[in-house]
Design a protein. Structure first.
Length: 320
C-alpha cells in the first residue's frame, strides 16, 4: 500500500517538474481522485483533511467501476448502490470513529502501512456481480488496497450506540489482524499460554458440562469458564455468542487488545484479580503490543473509557 502512495506522489511530482507552465489548483487534493476541499465544516472538507494528514481516501462519489477489477489479472465485480445525498453526513461519523477512535494510541506510520489507502462507501453492496438478498454484505468487503463499507444509509441511520460499538469493534479487529499479520514477530509468549488438552495440544473447545457457575453471579457460566481458562470469550458462531469453541489465535489476540483498550479500570482490576490466567496472558502480551505494534495502550483505554481511565504506565506495571 505504501508503494501505491509513493507511486502516485512520484507521478504527481514528475507531472509538475516536466512543465514550468503547470499551475496546481490549491482547491484540489489527491492525485488519484482530485478531492475538493469543500465548504468549511463540510464532509468534503473532512475527507480532504483526512487525505492530507493520512494519505487515505474516503470516497462516496466515484465512477461506477472505481473499485471493480475485471481483467486478465483478476476479477472483482460487485453489485452496489451509492450513498444517497441525504445520508452523506453519516460519513462524518465513520471517519471520526475510525481516524479519531480506532487509530488513537497507535503509531501513525504503522497504521498507514497496514490500513487501506482507499475506503469506498456504499449504501448497499452484494458479494456478487448481481443483486441477491442472500449476498448483501453486512459491514465490509476487502479488495487489495481498498475496503468497501456497506450500510451507509438507512441501516446506519438506525444504529443504536450498541450497534456503533459493535461496528467499531469489527473495524478494530480488522486493523489488529492486518497489523499482526504484517508483523515479522509474533506474540509467541502469549500464544504459548493458550489452554492445552490432555495430550499437550491446544484445546479447541470447552464442553458445556465443564462450565462453572460464577460464585459472584457477575458472569454467565460460559464467560466465567472461558475467562478462568485465559480467554476473553468463547468463539461465537451462528448459534450465538456463547459456544463451546476456543477462539483461534487471531481472534484471541484481537479479543485481548479490545479487552485491554475498551474496558474500564474497575473492570480490568476485577478481572485481573479474579482470573489469574487472564492476568498472566495479559502480562505476556503487553510488551509485544507496546514494542512491536507500537500501541499506547493507556491512551487507547483513556479514549474509550474517559469516565474510568487507567493511570500512566498501568499496563507496564501489571505483574502476574
Amino acid at each position: 500500500m505504501k508503494k501505491i502512495v509513493i507511486y502516485l506522489i512520484t507521478i504527481l511530482f514528475l507531472g509538475i517538474s516536466c512543465s514550468e507552465d503547470v499551475e496546481m489548483n490549491p482547491e484540489l487534493a489527491g492525485p488519484l481522485y482530485g478531492l475538493t476541499k469543500g465548504e468549511p465544516g463540510s464532509v468534503d472538507e473532512l475527507i480532504y483533511n483526512t487525505w492530507e494528514e493520512w494519505g487515505m481516501y474516503y470516497l462516496y462519489k466515484f465512477e461506477p467501476y472505481a473499485f471493480q477489477v475485471t481483467n486478465w489479472s483478476g476479477y472483482f465485480n460487485k453489485w452496489y448502490t451509492p450513498v444517497k445525498e441525504e445520508n452523506v453526513e453519516l460519513i462524518r461519523k465513520i471517519i471520526n470513529h475510525i481516524q479519531g477512535g480506532i487509530f488513537v494510541g497507535m503509531d501513525k506510520n504503522l497504521v498507514q502501512g497496514s490500513w487501506f489507502v482507499r475506503t469506498f462507501l456504499c449504501d448497499s453492496i452484494c458479494d456478487d456481480y448481481d443483486y441477491s438478498p442472500d449476498e448483501l454484505v453486512e459491514t465490509y468487503l476487502e479488495n487489495g488496497d481498498c475496503i468497501i463499507l456497506a450500510g451507509v444509509g438507512d441501516k446506519m441511520n438506525n444504529f443504536t450506540d450498541e450497534d456503533w460499538e459493535e461496528w467499531k469493534s469489527e473495524m478494530s479487529s480488522l486493523l489488529i489482524s492486518r497489523l499482526y499479520l504484517g508483523a515479522e514477530e509474533q506474540p509467541d509468549d502469549f500464544f504459548n499460554l493458550r489452554m492445552k488438552d490432555d495430550k499437550g495440544k491446544e484445546a479447541t473447545s470447552i464442553l458445556g458440562n465443564a462450565w462453572e457457575d460464577d460464585p459472584a453471579g457477575k458472569y454467565s457460566p460460559n464467560v466465567y469458564t472461558f475467562r478462568k481458562n485465559g480467554y476473553v470469550r468463547s468463539k461465537p458462531n451462528f448459534t450465538g455468542p456463547e459456544t463451546i469453541f476456543v477462539p483461534d489465535q487471531q481472534m484471541d489476540l484481537a479479543d485481548y487488545i479490545s479487552f485491554l483498550t475498551t474496558t474500564t479500570k474497575t473492570e480490568l482490576d476485577y478481572n485481573f484479580e479474579v482470573f489469574p490466567r487472564m492476568l498472566e496472558r495479559a502480562v505476556a502480551l503487553i510488551p509485544y503490543l507496546q514494542r512491536v505494534l507500537s500501541m499506547d495502550l493507556e491512551a487507547m483505554q483513556n479514549t474509550n473509557c474517559p469516565e474510568d481511565p487507567v493511570g500512566p504506565d498501568y499496563f507496564k506495571n501489571l505483574k502476574k
